[in-house]
Design a protein around this ligand. Sequence first.
Ligand SMILES: Nc1ncnc2c1ncn2[C@@H]1O[C@H](COP(=O)(O)OP(=O)(O)OP(=O)(O)O)[C@@H](O)[C@H]1O
Length: 596
Amino acid sequence: MSVAVPMATTGLSSRVVMGVGGRIVGVGRSSHNRMMCDHSTTEWRRADKVQRPRRFKVFPLLNIPKARHMDRERHQNLQSIIMLREIIRKWWRAELHFADRHGQVLDWQRTEGLASTASACCRLVRGSREGLRRCNQSVRELHEQFLANRRLRRALVHPCHLRLNLVGAPLYVHDVYEGFLFVEGLLRAPPPERERERLQAQLREWQPGTLDVERTVERLPVLDDENLEKLTELLEYGTGEIAAYEAERTRETERAETSASPEGGAHTRFGHIIGRSAALQEVFKLLEKVSNSEATVLINGESGTGKELVARAIHVNGPRSDKAFVVQNCSAFNDNLLESALFGHMRGAFTGAVRDKKGLFEVADGGTFFLDEVGDMSPALQVKLLRVLQEGTFLPVGGTQPREVDVRVIAATHKELGEMVKRGEFREDLYYRINVIRVHLPPLRERRDDLPLLVDHFLRKHHREGQRARGLSPEALALLGRYAWPGNVRELENEMERLLVLGGDLESLPAELISGRIRDAVAPGGTSALATRATGRLHEAVETLEREMIHQGLLRTGNNKSQLARELGISRSNLILKIARYGLEPGLPPDSEADA
Ligand SMILES: Nc1ncnc2c1ncn2[C@@H]1O[C@H](COP(=O)(O)OP(=O)(O)OP(=O)(O)O)[C@@H](O)[C@H]1O
């Protein structure tokens, strides 16, 4: 069984692979990349010695600058890292931190105020100068261990002061050590009474006046061997995601350099059209060919799928890019107004025509004319359009002298023009004339792989200066993934803009802020519930079924995860991971004792 963890920034979808008993047995993108966990290993340190297959493709070092700039902000915003952080907070009430290649912790300041449930003890400790010094020292020691053993790619436990522990996993990007991810403030066993008192006394000395010291110490996470192994695997998964992201970034840079224009402008040709799904890859391939030509193009797709965006991209990347790009929606006006808008009119042609007026075909002369909703054009105007396309001439309204233009036409429609031809609603000759090259833009529901990337893109696009929001919570992203998106990318963009406004100062935008119509539609019994699934991808259908069974089971058993796990025939920890993945429980999962 595997759980997809979407990665918003790169569009890659990584997998946390669950084994028997809910153990994470692998993470990666293919079986080749998978890091298998040795099931016979009971003691985690011994696992370090096991020879493991490499997890990532290592790029030739020749091309990679050694001291490459690490964009930590971007790493923290990777959807998989956001998800990882939340899982660590939920399971262990601990915080995920980043240390750089010099052993400096980058995010203590940032996360302190935000994570009220995480590492409360360590936050208290770092409130004092001596505590902070000791924390930094422990981190440095762990850093030195990683430096001393460059071949070690697995996580380590390092004893911290106050008998607490750090668990950290080294980050290697293109085989170069770039720091580590770690979690602090962890106990390996419940402390005896005397130890606990000593710890409380130390905290009181460093932070006199703190009221909650007993509770803080009581709530310190205790990691048994099984939990420790899970945490190390999650941390290694996190470093793997960052390394994979960096590998993808390198590939993108290389691609951009390859497709740089001869004038030296290093732009990717269609970089502003976001998406890496197979469907969109096909579109990009076609666009590469179409853009360099002068051919008429017909773009077909539902409303909001990006038809105008694509038309503009064809123009900008084509031979007419320095000339005008003109847009007219053919369903916006009645017939007379549309004719006048397209072809212009002569003075006195109709009441109110007090002077000659150029039409948009003349404005677009030498450039590109994007005719949106061409299927809504009347038969009379279809004839005029055909003439421009075939002869390059037209008559303005009220005119007698034909005018000549040189315009590349890109037409678009959400209708099936072929069917309209059969019904006699669209001219067959015009259909063949505009349908020279057809670009089909699939609806968003058929390319859900693009969703995390688009979410990321729109959050960045509408992000206001100083705003803290870094991404969606895993629950929110999972919820969006189940929605049918009738309004396609436009609807998604509006939703992201709305979320950013409503999210105010929140770091991670929660599912509760998502529009009611979306939440209702994906709720059990909503319009996109299981019963409507007869087509589509198998894994999506399976995930929908899995989510439904877990959701209904939680309701039926009164949230008793142990019972539900038994009924479903999976381990409890596996169930908890799935609950987190599907966003079925916003708060902390109760302890197993609580369930019992
Ligand atoms: N793949 C994409 N990447 C980034 N933005 C996109 C993408 N697809 C659509 N958009 C954005 O979604 C919005 C709607 O796109 P656009 O207007 O091109 O759609 P359309 O198909 O022409 O819609 P309509 O048929 O309703 O005119 C725009 O803001 C556009 O920038």
